[in-house]
Write a protein that binds this ligand. Sequence first.
Ligand code: PGA
Length: 250
Amino acid sequence: MQTNNRRPMVAGNWKMNGDKSLINEIQSTFAQANLTDMDWVICPPAPYLGLFSDSTKIGAQNVSQFDSGAHTGEVSVSMLKEFDCGYVIVGHSERREDNHESDDIVAEKVAKILEANLTPILCFGEPESIREEGDLFSYLSVQLDAVISKVGIKQFTKIVLAYEPIWAIGTGKTASPQQAQEVHKFVRDYLAKQDENVASGINILYGGSVKGSNAEELFSQADVDGGLIGGASLKPEDFLNICLAANQLG
Ligand code: PGA
């Protein structure tokens, strides 16, 4: 049990994985679970957003920064709202890289998501080269500053942050609990310089090779409020164990 007022959260990022049968498996695995002290969210590929039962919180993996129009392949915030989608992952390193999403585009998307009263799960994190020989904290603060200057610090009460070191994503190489805590504390202190209430209330999730076996140790760090889970969110039992680890903190 942690001493802050933050409600732990775990989000499953299916990426371009999963199918209709996984939706059923997840829902039946979680049907009897007693997760009263945390929030869990599934972020499936867009075509599956409408297929979950009402009791499952769902999030999108992406949204357009535009309202509508000639943007082939994109999905708008109003479409997400029609499917009771409450969250949107934004700034994931895979989209920053594969789709060339700059800090400015990420900031525009966060603004659009907030305007629609959805909750952005804003990802940030460094490549291995920066951790080894760069200035880690200034690298991360540039990513955060782009959003702070676009939407203002007060809006961060409506944002969930996810620290995702790129070298730990899908590699099996998890950040140690101490490495995660060091960054999460840096971020909380960084935000506190601008607004203490925002800093103490914001959920900062950790993402990068979280599994049932390492979740408890990561989540027990003072500034780690849950996780953004890729690979393990495709395994219902493992994902449930991760959620149970978060539930213990609540
Ligand atoms: P992973 O992915 O858990 O498979 O490392 C995390 C993420 O990319 O959100």
